[in-house]
Ligand binder design. Sequence first.
Ligand code: ADP
Ligand code: TYD
Length: 209
Amino acid sequence: MTTNTGVFITFEGIDGSGKSTQTRLLAERLKKRGRDVILTREPGGSTGAEEIRRLVLEGDPDRWSAETELLLFTAARRDHLERTIIPALEAGKVVICDRFADSTRMYQGLSRGDLRAKVDQLHDLMIGREPDLTVLIDMDPTVGLARAKGRQTAEERFEDFGQELQVKMRQGFLDLAKQYKDRFRLIDGNREIAEVASDIEQAVMDYLS
Ligand code: ADP
Ligand code: TYD
């Protein structure tokens, strides 16, 4: 499952770090520069994957075991990849995706026991595709959780795991950025929205040129 005419950019970071805000702004800025862009998200981004989204993001925190959750997120990703991401890349577009496999490496790989090896095996078996560039928005976990909670939606299953999970995920993402340093760009999210957006635009334009 590899195709390389387009560019695949993912955003990662803890809940409330500003990913949705910044993916939108980057898409607008790249469109203004004449790029053909699609903005998508995980879990979701295709009809089937959006259905799975409801199963994994709503309800009790202990609704699924970590293993079942891993299978559901991977099923959603496979559908998203087949129906949305790969066709867009084949058409030469810039695909901006709010979360991707690095979120599974963190949330299912680290949050409840150490499942990282299984996450990586399943990724190799069923996904087999890494982003070209990953923007990691780094953020104080307390601020992130307060922002995320401020949204008041039904999709709070992960936010309900609480502050401790946010702290662990933040550190995990920073470690991941070191592991995959060629494709990661670390952005300080504890600043004004416009300032963060300019840094991201610069990092992406450096990559594209
Ligand atoms: P994520 O997608 O990472 O969960 P969002 O983009 O949805 O984050 O942002 C969460 C909340 O914080 C939103 O209400 C958003 O308007 C606000 N927000 C995003 N970035 C900033 C920022 N740099 N400073 C202050 N508030 C922000
Ligand atoms: P998202 O809608 O991006 O939430 P937020 O805007 O709060 O960052 O993602 C919802 C939750 O799904 C988030 O808490 C992380 C979790 N998640 C996983 O656990 N595994 C995954 O593979 C993905 C893509 C998301």
